[in-house]
Write a protein that binds this ligand. Structure first.
Ligand code: BES
Ligand code: ZN
Ligand code: ZN
Length: 502
């Protein structure tokens, strides 16, 4: 895909030469100056006339009329140099590669030096570019009958970077691309409908992933889940013809199995709501209720590529939430693996039930830190909208580390409070230790508080991606559909993780 080369020679043939353009260059320097000379000052004129603009995230194409080797020059507007952030740069590259895809280009060259700023060096720009390429050109194949015409895809990107060593650029490109690809895998899992992605399918996927990256893997079947007493997880599966799977994937990047990060992802392959059934409108789209599981598996893929010196155990409770004569019902009382009993008040609040046992099981596997991620509540959408993941925590400095990662990944998240008042609401049951649905008021908070009861004293961060895991509109870094939300945040968090002194 990428070939890193130097020095750059204007005579080399390319379908397109991609150049970054900053706002108000007093005078063109470097490559731009060279180009301007080749074009006898016409470039300066084009910019003056506004035919080529440096407005951030704009793309302008100029034919080279044989004056240089490349057929066309594609200018990517980058705005004011001082104001260009890593996020904006990644989005600008996203826009670029969407247009490259629409133009059916199979080859292009990028002059990376023209994208660098004082703050963003060659490694940052390489990472941003490769990640954006993978993310922005993602497409879910779907199930339509295909035409026989072969699709044209960008196969060859020559990257010129004169400022730094080729190997370093190549390494950064590889890592950036891995972050994009891991996210795309998560997107694909979320986009696949429930009939084609059962808990068993998800388990098989995890087994394949583990084989590819040499991870340890454990798939608990129904009998084993019963033996371990995961009554909360089993209750959700009770109405289904599909067997449940508890999926465990382990990555050991340290000598000892210590400082273990537990990543726990909700893997409901379809959520009907159970007997507290969803509405006709509300049920559509519930194939995406395994977005947390997908983000965890996508992050594990990235971790498998970058192999950080960390220990991670991924735990995914997977089942659908269905209705039958045997299904669980409101008023049922169930016993979780932790021993805590739960009064079921709403079978549609199933995510927290499966996560309760998964959190307990992650601790069983030695997790010292926990991050759970789930398409958990409609309430988080009411609170924070569709572009911000809701977080909760019992440990501020662990939260800080997740937040740092999310900012670098360009994924918005915001902390919601974990107050005693909501813990009390969750603990309020006449017949059991907990109840799973104490009413709709602030229900993102009580869902988080419920999971916190199982994290207990272990440092824990909860991420509710009900709003962010899918989008109805295409954006710079992807199409409509699954977003792969928080995949990159999780992977970055793991990569950068610093154990916390207790
Ligand atoms: N899977 C849903 C949450 C959800 C809603 C995800 C919309 C994506 C988009 C979850 O299991 C659920 O049904 N939550 C209920 C909780 C309620 C019963 C307390 C909800 O949000 O309404
Ligand atoms: Zn539900
Ligand atoms: Zn659900």
């Amino acid at each position: 895909m990428f070939h890193v080369k130097k020095p750059f020679d204007l005579a080399t043939d390319h379908e397109a030469l991609v150049v970054g353009l900053f706002d108000k260059p007093e005078k063109f320097t470097g490559l731009l100056a060279e180009l301007d000379t080749k074009f006898e000052g016409q470039l300066t004129e084009l910019v003056k006339a506004g035919d080529v603009s440096a407005k951030v995230k704009t793309i302008h194409k100029v034919h080279s009329f044989g004056k240089i080797g490349a057929k066309r020059i594609w200018f990517v507007g980058l705005g004011k140099e001082k104001e260009l952030s890593f996020d904006k740069l990644r989005e600008a590259f996203g826009k670029l590669f969407k247009e490259v895809k629409a133009g059916k280009l199979e080859e292009a060259a990028v002059y990376l030096d023209s994208f660098m700023t004082e703050k963003l060096d060659g490694l940052d720009t390489a990472h941003a570019m490769a990640e954006a390429l993978a993310l922005s050109t993602y497409q879910f194949e779907g199930y339509k009958q295909k035409s026989n015409e072969p699709e044209k895809k960008l196969e060859n990107v020559t990257v010129y970077c004169e400022g730094i060593e080729e190997e370093d650029v190549q390494a950064s490109l590889t890592v950036g691309y891995a972050f994009g690809q891991g996210t795309n895998s998560a997107r694909t899992l979320v986009n696949i409908p429930g009939n084609l992605l059962t808990a068993s399918d998800l388990a098989n996927y995890a087994v394949e992933l583990a084989a590819k990256y040499d991870f340890e893997v454990e798939i608990l079947d129904k009998a084993e889940i019963e033996k371990l007493g995961m009554g909360a997880f089993l209750a959700v599966n009770q109405g289904s013809d599909e067997p449940p799977k508890m999926i465990v994937v382990k990555y050991q990047g340290k000598e000892q199995w210590e400082d273990v990060i537990g990543l726990v992802g909700k893997g409901i392959t379809f959520d009907t709501g159970g007997y507290s059934i969803k509405t006709k409108a509300g049920i559509v789209g519930m194939k995406t209720d395994m977005g947390g599981a997908a983000a965890v598996l996508g992050a594990m893929e990235i971790i498998g590529e970058i192999r950080p010196e960390q220990n991670v155990v991924a735990v995914i409770p997977s089942t659908d939430n269905m209705i039958s004569g045997g299904a669980f019902k409101p008023d049922d009382v169930i016993t979780s693996m932790s021993g805590k009993t739960i009064e079921v008040l709403n079978t549609d609040a199933e995510g927290r039930l499966v996560l309760a046992d998964a959190v307990t099981y992650a601790k069983h596997h030695g997790a010292n830190y926990l991050v759970d991620i789930a398409t958990l509540t409609g309430g988080v959408i009411t609170a924070l909208g569709l572009h911000t993941t809701g977080a909760m925590t019992n440990h501020e400095s662990l939260y800080e580390q997740v937040l740092e990662a999310s900012m670098e990944a360009g994924e918005q998240m915001w902390l919601l409070p974990l107050f005693e008042t909501e813990k009390e609401r969750v603990r309020n049951s006449k017949v059991a230790d907990l109840n799973n649905s104490p009413g709709r008021e602030g229900h993102a908070l009580v869902a988080g508080a419920f999971i916190g009861e199982f994290a207990e004293g272990t440092p824990w961060v909860h991420l509710d991606i009900a709003g962010t895991s899918t989008t109805s509109k295409a954006y710079d870094l992807g199409p409509a559909g699954a977003t792969g939300a928080m995949t990159r945040t999780l992977a970055l968090f793991v990569e950068r993780f610093m154990p916390i002194e207790n």
